[in-house]
Design a protein around this ligand. Structure first.
Ligand SMILES: Cc1cc2nc3c(=O)[nH]c(=O)nc-3n(C[C@H](O)[C@H](O)[C@H](O)COP(=O)(O)OP(=O)(O)OC[C@H]3O[C@@H](n4cnc5c(N)ncnc54)[C@H](O)[C@@H]3O)c2cc1C
Length: 248
């Protein structure tokens, strides 16, 4: 079947951390943009003649809301073809071709008892979508953990939203690993905990895993995903309980 391409328009964007933006697009036409939390879209960006270099995928970062708007959380890759275009060239009102939504990195049909989301950087995007989606559902997982890795405090994404979600979800904690922040004192707050280092030390911590049959969702770049997957299997978690979304 030929790929169905749609058109969207850039409505707004804001800088949410250094080199990181939350973009809002509007699907053109009268249709509602329907998707499942965790799915992604793929742009066909006018940056190269070969489609391999033009097609760039991004996770939908907002919860499905029956509107024709969608949000993407994107980090600029210095020298990267696609993100240089998205950060330096497009302006409000510009139109882009995209396909999707696509992807099976979505929440299970049956409400899971415990969810554990592990990510680095903009890998948080599908989890933001899932968490706000869960908030809209009457039945919620009993326990949700987010383990988020980034470089420094200034790179922590959506902190205000985690604070809101902590009040809305039954047992929700965010564990943040900072790999480059050596000087500042790290001050924990209600259900938000900071660590120096990488995500891996956190999910291997015994206390955190005093959880009933967690389902893991891993999202981000290859190095983190490969290591986390290997460690979780070594810890005895079944592969059927580990979902992954690889950014590259
Ligand atoms: C399903 C899917 C969903 C995605 N969702 C998002 C998303 O929500 N937000 C987002 O920012 N990106 C996301 N990506 C990555 C995105 O598609 C691009 O690969 C990214 O924006 C870089 O594109 P570029 O053209 O600027 O760089 P390229 O010119 O393609 O980059 C060249 C190289 O840099 C590597 N690279 C690029 N960025 C990084 C990085 N931050 N860390 C480590 N290596 C990197 C690439 O793997 C590649 O080898 C997703 C990818 C997939 C497959």
């Amino acid at each position: 079947m030929p790929t169905k391409w749609n058109e969207c328009e850039l409505v707004s964007f804001k800088e949410i951390a250094p080199q990181t933006r939350l973009f809002t697009f509007k699907l053109l036409g009268d249709d509602v943009f329907s998707f499942k939390a965790g799915q992604f879209i793929t742009f066909d960006l006018p940056v190269h003649e070969k489609r391999l270099y033009r097609w760039k995928s991004y996770s939908l970062a907002n919860a499905p809301d029956n509107t024709n708007h969608f949000e993407l959380c994107i980090v600029k890759n210095e020298g990267g073809l696609g993100t240089t275009y998205l950060f330096d060239q497009i302006i409000i009102g510009d139109k882009l071709k995209f396909k999707g939504p696509e992807g099976s990195f979505i929440l299970p049909e049956k409400n899971p008892e415990t969810l554990c989301f592990i990510c680095t950087g903009t890998g948080i995007a599908p989890f933001r979508s899932m968490l706000w989606d869960i908030c809209q559902n009457p039945v919620k997982p009993a326990t949700i953990r987010v383990i988020f890795g980034t470089r420094k405090m200034e790179n922590v994404l959506f902190l205000d939203e985690w604070r809101e979600l902590i009040e809305l979800l039954p047992d929700f904690q965010v564990h943040i690993a900072l790999s480059r922040d050596e000087k500042l004192p790290l001050i924990n707050e209600k259900n938000i905990f900071y660590y120096r280092g990488y995500v891996h030390q956190i999910y291997q911590h015994q206390k955190l895993f005093d959880m009933k049959e967690p389902t893991f969702y891993l999202c981000g770049w290859r190095n983190m995903i490969d290591e986390a997957q290997k460690n979780l299997l070594n810890l005895g978690f079944p592969s059927s309980h580990i979902q992954t979304e690889l950014y590259g």
